[in-house]
Design a protein around this ligand. Structure first.
Ligand code: NDP
Length: 249
C-alpha cells in the first residue's frame, strides 16, 4: 500500500516541498495549514490522493479534527510530519510573555499534541514521525530566544518520544535545518531588504557557503520516513551546510 502521510505547514516552504516530494513518490498525503484556499489549490495541482485540511494546529479542536479527517480519508496513518512553525525575534529583555506563548504554542505544544493524537494510529501501522526542528535547537543564537527554546524542546520531545515508542516499532526523528529560503522570516516581520542582507550574510555563516532550499530538507524528511531509515530513531539530524559545526569568532 502507498504510504499515508500527514504534513503540517503544507501551504508553504519546507512543508509544501515535503508534501510534494511524498506525492511524487506515490503517497497519499493530507495537507494541513491555516490557509485552506492555498491548500485546495495545491492539492488539485498534486492530483489524486491528496487531501487539504484547513486547521490551526494550536487550536485543540482543530488538531483533533485534522488527525481524525486525515486518518479517515487516508484509511490510517503511516507518517506524521510536523513542519508548521513560526519565527519571531526577541531577546530576553524584549520577549513578551505573549510572544513566548505564541512561539511555544505553535512550535512545541502543537507538535506534542499532534504527536499524542497520532500515536494510536502510528502504533497500528508501525509508522513514524519526523519533526522539523532547526539548528537553533542544537545551538544558541542571540535575539531569537523563544524560537531557540521551542526548537530545543522539539529535539528533546523527539528523543523522549522515540524511547517511549520504540517498543511499538514507532520511530521518531527530527531534522535540524540551517537557513532555508522560505516565507518564515518575512512572515515573522523581516522586510525584503533585510531578508536579502540576511541571506547574503548567511553565505558566510554556513561553511558550505550558501543557504538551503526546501527541496533539500524534503528529501531528508522523505528518507527518514521511509523503510530505508528503519534503524534510525531519536535522531536530530543537521542539514545546514555545516552551520552547527561553527563557533562565534
Ligand atoms: P514557512 O513560513 O514558509 O511555512 C510555515 C508553515 O507553517 C506554513 O505552511 C504555515 O501555514 C504553517 N503554520 C504556521 N502557523 C500555523 C498554525 N498555527 N497552524 C497551522 N499551520 C501553521 O516557513 P518554513 O517552511 O521555513 O518553516 C517550516 C518549518 O521549518 C518551521 O518549523 C521552521 O521553524 C523550520 N525551519 C525553517 C528554517 C528556515 O530557515 N526557513 C530553518 C530551520 C527550521 P499557514 O500560514 O497557511 O497556516
Amino acid at each position: 500500500m502507498a504510504q499515508r502521510i500527514l504534513v503540517t505547514g503544507a501551504s508553504s516552504g519546507i512543508g509544501r516541498a515535503t508534501a510534494e516530494c511524498f506525492a511524487r513518490a506515490g503517497a497519499q498525503v493530507a495537507l494541513v495549514a491555516r490557509r485552506g484556499a492555498a491548500l485546495v489549490e495545491f492539492a488539485a495541482a498534486l492530483g489524486a490522493g491528496i487531501f487539504p485540511i484547513a486547521a490551526d494546529v494550536t487550536r485543540e479542536a482543530d488538531a483533533e479534527r485534522a488527525i481524525n479527517q486525515a486518518t479517515e480519508r487516508l484509511g490510517g496513518l503511516d507518517v506524521l510530519v510536523n513542519a508548521a512553525g513560526i519565527l519571531k525575534g526577541g531577546d530576553i529583555t524584549r520577549t513578551s510573555l505573549a510572544l513566548w506563548d505564541e512561539m511555544l504554542n505553535v512550535n512545541l505544544r502543537a507538535v506534542f499534541h499532534l504527536m499524542q493524537l497520532a500515536v494510536p494510529h502510528l502504533k497500528a501501522s508501525r509508522g513514524n514521525i519526523v519533526n522539523v526542528s532547526s539548528v537553533t535547537g542544537l545551538r544558541s543564537f542571540p535575539g531569537v530566544l523563544a524560537y531557540c527554546v521551542s526548537k530545543a524542546g522539539v529535539d528533546q520531545l523527539t528523543r523522549c518520544a522515540a524511547l517511549e515508542l520504540a517498543p511499538f516499532g514507532v520511530r521518531v526523528n527530527a531534522v535540524n535545518p540551517g537557513v532555508v529560503v522560505t516565507s518564515l522570516h518575512s512572515s515573522g516581520g523581516m522586510g525584503a531588504e533585510a531578508y536579502q542582507a540576511f541571506l547574503e550574510h548567511s553565505k558566510s555563516t554556513h561553511p558550505l557557503g550558501r543557504v538551503g532550499q526546501p527541496q533539500e530538507i524534503a528529501e531528508l524528511i522523505e528518507f527518514l520516513a521511509s523503510d530505508r531509515a528503519s534503524w534510525i530513531t531519536g535522531a536530530t539530524i543537521s542539514i545546514d551546510g555545516g552551520r552547527a559545526l561553527t563557533c562565534a569568532r
